[in-house]
Unconditional design. Structure first.
Length: 353
């Protein structure tokens, strides 16, 4: 079944699911556009968009009816045609003014504005098909080529901005349709900030450089982080790097269907804590990746839900020492019944340039 067919199958007679955000419209139809809505029912679905996209939509979308329309003008007609009495909307992205507009223009219907539809979509998106997995792998291979390229670019005197832009340009020249997120490239003392912003700081001998970046293929994201050294490393730098690497690999070794996000997080966190650096690892160990860079499930102390076969998660422990340096190493893993498949092929050993 396609993702849209699964959504329709989860609805009952008389129910409709109104999808209005660009990301989920594309998720269910494989068609990117800045305008339109998708209306799903038990017996089928309708995609509506304006004149800018209608021809392309009719050529691309094969799994539902495609109409040219303004958003509010036809929702009522479509709902009535499908015998809809109850309309679920996306609470996470619907504004107060939009909700009021729906309640006014669709007063003949019961509008359900709780988390029901958001949860329904989230459940579908967490488990990836083989086709979705392959798109993420393709995106990851582009990012890995960028990593190989940047190793020959990095040298004392180039700036953090230089590195981040070079990664971006390489990925854009080599197949990515967009950047997964704003590329992180931070060095020296700046690498102690997990989401530091690349600046004008010049790379110096002895610096650690942490780079976090990803590519996008057909709407699906990749995510990787590597920390490399320039010129030389101290014993303390090497010690911290090896602890983080040990924590990452321990988590990958223990990941499998059925363990909770909390248990998965502990696989990495306990190793870092045992070495005395527990307070220097403040974020979760990982998160889901798909049509958004951050999706459910999470590998964190707050996630008590078991992982499922087919989910793709990052594993990215780190140690951050304010005023000194930081280390993060990140792979992506595909959850299987008895383990996981590491989708990341970039070198993980400490590289000294």
């Amino acid at each position: 079944m396609t993702n849209l067919e699964k959504l329709c199958a989860s609805l009952k007679d008389g129910e409709g699911a109104l999808i209005t955000d660009e990301i989920n419209r594309r998720y269910f139809t494989d068609f990117p556009s800045s305008d339109g809505f998708l209306f799903a029912f038990k017996d089928g679905a309708v995609f509506a968009t304006d004149s800018r996209y209608i021809e392309a939509a009719q050529n691309k979308i094969k799994n539902c009816q495609v109409l040219e329309t303004g958003v509010n003008a036809r929702i009522k007609d479509i709902a009535e045609k499908h015998g809809c009495k109850k309309i679920y909307i996306q609470s996470e992205i619907t504004t107060v003014s939009q909700l009021r507009s729906y309640e006014k223009s669709l007063s003949d219907f019961e509008i359900i504005s709780d988390d029901t539809l958001d949860d329904m979509i989230s459940e579908l998106r967490m488990v990836k098909s083989e086709e979705e997995k392959e798109k993420i792998i393709k995106a990851q291979r582009i990012a890995e080529k960028a990593f190989d390229h940047i190793l020959s670019f990095i040298k004392p005197g180039v700036s953090e901005k230089d590195i981040s832009l070079e990664l971006d340009f390489f990925m854009l020249r080599n197949g990515t349709e967009a950047l997964s997120f704003e590329t992180i490239a931070v060095s020296g003392k700046n690498s102690s900030m997990p989401h530091g912003v690349p600046g004008d700081k010049k790379i110096e001998k002895g610096d650690f450089i942490t780079m976090d970046f990803g590519a996008v293929v057909e709407g699906y994201h990749s995510d990787m982080t590597r920390t490399v050294a320039v010129g030389s490393v101290s014993d303390r730098q090497r010690e911290i790097y090896n602890i983080v690497l040990k924590a990452k690999n321990a988590c990958l070794a223990g990941l499998k269907e059925g363990i909770t996000g909390k248990e998965a997080d502990a696989l990495a966190r306990d190793i870092i804590a045992a070495e005395g650096y527990g307070k220097c690892f403040g974020h979760g160990t990982g998160h889901g990746v798909g049509v958004e860079i951050h999706e459910k499930p999470t590998l964190s102390p707050r996630n008590e839900k078991p992982l499922k076969r087919g989910e793709i998660v990052t594993v990215e422990p780190g140690i951050y020492l304010p005023g000194e340096f930081g280390v993060r190493i990140e792979d992506m893993a595909f959850i299987t019944p008895d383990g996981c498949e590491n989708l990341t092929k970039a070198p993980e050993e400490l590289i000294v340039l």
